[in-house]
Design a protein. Structure first.
Ligand code: ASN
Ligand code: ZN
Length: 321
């Protein structure tokens, strides 16, 4: 009997140790994704090693570096839209930490998502300014991560242009959400404020009027088509992914402004449902995506005006449903 008591005491002690080691805590949160972001920002100090030097982790005070603080805020706004409006915890649906690096390379005229993190250049000051100045560009890059974890649209041709367009859509939604703007109040520009003062233009792209964002001696004219009649067949830019994205971009703008109200509530919900719903193939073309948005509108909103408005928006840009 004595032996048994000792054995029980040892078992209890082991259980206490296990508890101290934090096992019950881990168990209690399993299956409950976090409701707040975990952002970590790095400074590349004009080099190209990623992620660079850590400068601000979640919950830490703002730094002296405005690029760091803008990226931190932009990642936070994107997390908030996904979580509060669509019930998704981060880009993987499971609280994936968000990593961003600023001051990448020297005079780097772009921003990108490398499969694991966001990267932002400072621009050369001649054509482009610091890419963190535009919250829609920050959200655009993060949305590439959302697409990677969901439909994983192939980055070429029509699925590539859809991949680009979905990033612009969520970029615009995060900007409108952070400003509290309705669809009809919004400018529907992507990257407003990113063009250097000497460039004749207003933004990188216009979802409302693709092809009109800039017209400049150095940059040339904004080459985006606004309808299928002007669809661009090219070998460049992975088959024109940043060009033909103008077509689905305008379809989204037409839908959101026709419905009115806040674009993320109905138009955005439909696009989110298609992107994350599991039906969208990674090699989907425009027409396949368009049909899925009509179905998603019916599933989500039933016999209201939404599905009809979706069909009309696609029809106006020449995509059949
Ligand atoms: N800024 C561009 C984008 O996110 C970079 C690229 O072409 N991948 O689309
Ligand atoms: Zn992109």
């Amino acid at each position: 009997a004595r032996r048994t008591l000792e054995a029980d005491a040892a078992k209890r002690a082991r259980r206490r140790l296990t508890a101290l080691a934090g096992v019950p805590t881990v168990r209690s949160t399993a299956g409950t994704p976090p409701t707040t972001p975990h952002r970590t920002l790095y400074d590349c100090r004009h080099g190209t090693d990623l992620p660079g030097h850590q400068v601000r982790d979640e919950g830490e005070e703002p730094t002296q570096d405005a690029s760091v603080n803008r990226a931190y805020a932009g990642l936070g706004a994107t997390f908030e839209l996904l979580h509060k409006e669509y019930g998704r915890s981060s880009i993987d649906g499971n609280g994936l930490p968000l990593i961003g690096s600023v001051h990448y390379d020297e005079q780097y005229n772009n921003a990108f998502f490398d499969g694991e993190q966001m990267v932002f250049g400072d621009g050369d000051g001649e054509i482009f300014l610091d890419f963190t100045v535009a919250i829609d560009v920050i959200a655009h890059e993060l949305a590439h991560g959302l697409t990677q974890y969901t439909a994983n649209l192939v980055y070429e041709g029509q699925p590539g242009a859809l991949n680009e367009s979905v990033s612009d859509v969520f970029g615009a939604l995060v900007k409108q959400y952070s400003l509290g703007q309705s669809a009809r109040e919004a400018d529907w520009l992507i990257g407003a404020g990113l063009l250097a003062p000497r460039v004749s233009g207003v933004a990188l792209r216009s979802m409302k009027a693709p092809g009109t964002a800039y017209d400049d001696d150095v940059l040339g004219k904004d080459p985006q088509p606004a309808t299928m009649d002007d669809y661009i067949e090219t070998e460049e830019d992975n088959g024109g992914v940043h060009l033909n994205s103008g077509i689905p971009n305008r379809a989204f703008h037409l839908l959101a402004t026709a419905l009115g109200g806040k674009a993320w509530e109905r138009a955005g919900q439909i696009w989110f449902d298609v992107l994350t719903g599991g039906e969208l193939a990674s090699d989907a073309d425009f027409a396949t995506f368009a049909r899925l948005t009509v179905t998603a509108a019916k599933t989500r909103f039933g016999t209201g005006d939404e599905a009809e408005a979706v069909t009309k928006a696609w029809s106006e840009v020449g995509v059949p449903t």
